[in-house]
Write a protein that binds this ligand. Structure first.
Ligand code: AHR
Length: 548
């Protein structure tokens, strides 16, 4: 049986990309759904960084996705794909994690600085597919720290750099911080940064100390990793600015990692907690075998060819994130009584078997459908609802990869249904989370001859002054939901909605059909301060409500 760890050493890719199969006919709407928003019960600010992204030197994420080069005929800003930058600005992308992923623990940051024509070519961590272009297998280092910093600056996003703990010494970590953050003219590395165009420091605040250190990031035990974490983070110069260190966390439900890490870190005393801003948590939804196997290869489903049962199975796998957050948070509380350390969900998304890449040969690229939009809406609502525990989320990965917001190849560029969900939800960033109670009949479906259920309607709400944003996901593939939305503590004067629905559950955007799934405005009924609305099947909606 193959696990994710083994996969990282041995995967191959397939090709082909197509969308098909009609939506089941829409049944009449039911009026049994209710959403109650308790305006008096605010639950803390939603950290903007929950809406973060993840980019890795993997397949076509960097080369072809983000970086086309300054001489390219593809519209670009100093080599950065212009359409991508523009849309990321629109959705207010707050933070971007880079350069991996597993790649991070194989990367020497010095390879990616200095004159481009002098940078070395290296074998990429993800070099194992001979169907991929050479640039994806043999890292040309055309894109490195300076290009990434410019990418973030163009967008207005914070950089989050993941350092190499597996194969570089701790001193190199300090030096990378020095390169990024030492004041203009202060050090040799600051001068080198100035020669690359930035005399002023990049002031990188978020630093990941390794990645998946239980696997590709060093194969450590939690105790061994904790010792490395203490060593790598001891006395790193801050140059007068805060540095927030993010520890490499568990995969999924592995509480023994979380507990083992904290136990060992704290052996040196309680003050060690001061050097931990957050601990990572990765959750990929991949097992669509309906309980038949845990094999990493055999358990995966197809991104495009799926039925209604696969739809719910994928969403169920995604919902496992909620108890994961809660159980890790509880475990962390045993060690961190003052709640200094937060969770950083720095990789999340569905992971399907190869075969749906829009550009054949792009490793791990899959074509997101309406199912992934609904999955992403449900996930962002989970993160919102845990705003006091989760400091950051990073969808894996931004472009040409797993749960991508964008697909691109040469001069083709398309926003996927996932990208549209980030647009619909962007207004939650920095809002005050408000308690919302969703009641709707559960969805019933057939799981290989046995009855199964899935939640009927879910979402989250946030408020800013008199403006309330309510996001609602109707995961039911057949049933539209007529819903009464009541506001305890205020009444509505007006409301508008934008809804992402599709003609069929496998609907996706392609280079040839870029607008198969796009958000549309929908009318909302407001009467005597109360709201009713019909949420279409398989949809994600954002409702902006103005209060008296
Ligand atoms: O996102 C792809 C890979 O998944 C990342 O490199 C790694 O951290 C995880 O296993």
């Amino acid at each position: 049986m193959k696990t994710r760890r083994e996969f990282l050493q041995s995967t191959i890719v397939g090709t082909a990309a197509f969308c098909f199969s009609r939506f089941p006919s829409l049944a009449a709407s039911s009026s049994e759904a209710k959403i109650e928003i308790l305006l008096g019960e605010t639950q803390g600010t939603i950290p903007p960084n929950i809406y973060g992204h993840f980019t890795e030197h993997l397949g076509a994420v960097i080369y072809d996705g983000i970086w086309v080069g300054p001489k390219s005929k593809v519209p670009n800003i100093d080599g950065l794909r212009r359409d991508l930058v523009e849309h990321m600005k629109k959705i207010k992308a707050p933070v971007i994690r880079y350069p991996g992923g597993c790649f991070a623990d194989s990367y020497d940051w010095r390879d990616g600085i200095g004159p481009t024509d002098k940078r070395p070519r290296r074998t990429n961590f993800w070099a194992f597919s001979d169907q991929s272009p050479a640039k994806h297998r043999y890292e040309p280092n055309e894109f490195g720290t300076d290009e990434f910093a410019r990418f973030c600056k163009q967008i207005g996003a914070q950089p989050y750099l993941a350092a190499n703990v597996r194969s570089l010494p701790a001193q190199e970590f300090s030096r990378w911080v020095e390169y990024c953050n030492s004041p203009a003219g202060s050090t040799t590395l600051a001068d080198e940064r100035a020669r690359a165009g930035s005399p002023e420091p990049y002031n990188v605040r978020y630093w990941g100390v390794g990645n998946e250190s239980w696997g590709c990031g060093g194969n450590f035990t939690p105790q061994e990793y904790a010792v490395e974490f203490r060593r790598y983070t001891a006395w790193v110069p801050g140059y007068g600015k805060p540095l927030d260190f993010i520890a490499s966390g568990p995969a999924d439900h592995d509480l023994s990692w979380t507990k083992g890490f904290f136990e060992e870190v704290l052996r040196k005393g309680k003050e060690q907690l001061n050097s931990i801003y957050g601990i990572g948590l990765h959750h990929y939804a991949w097992n669509l075998s309906r309980g038949k196997t845990n094999d990493w290869e055999k358990g995966k489903g197809d991104a495009l060819q799926f039925d209604v049962t696969d739809w719910y199975e994928l969403l169920r796998e995604g919902q496992r994130l909620e108890p994961m957050i809660e159980s890790h948070w509880q475990a962390m509380g045993e060690f961190d009584k003052d709640r200094h350390v937060k969770l950083v969900v720095d990789e999340w998304g569905p992971w399907y078997r190869p075969g749906s890449a829009l550009t054949p040969g792009d490793l791990l690229e899959q074509t997101p459908t309406q199912r992934d939009a609904v999955f992403s809406g449900l996930t962002l609502d989970i993160l919102n609802r845990h705003a006091s525990q989760v400091a950051m989320g990073n969808c894996a990965q931004l472009i040409n990869c797993l749960n991508s917001l964008y697909l691109a190849h040469e001069d083709h560029f398309v926003i996927t249904p996932v990208g549209h969900v980030f647009d619909l939800y962007s207004g939650h960033q920095g809002g005050e989370l408000v308690r919302s109670v969703f009641s709707a009949p559960e969805v019933q479906y057939d799981r290989d001859g046995k009855p199964a259920t899935f939640l009927g309607l879910n979402g989250s709400a946030s408020i800013r002054g008199k403006d309330l944003l309510l996001t609602v996901v109707n995961p039911d593939t057949k049933q539209a939901r007529e819903t009464t939305i009541s506001l305890a503590g205020a009444s509505a004067t007006s409301a508008t909605a934008r809804v992402l629905a599709a003609s069929h559950i496998q609907a996706c955007n392609t280079f040839a059909n870029r607008e198969a799934v796009v958000p549309r405005s929908a009318e909302v009924t407001v009467r005597s301060g109360a709201i009713t609305h019909v949420f279409p099947p398989a949809s994600v909606a954002a409702m902006a409500i103005h209060l008296v």
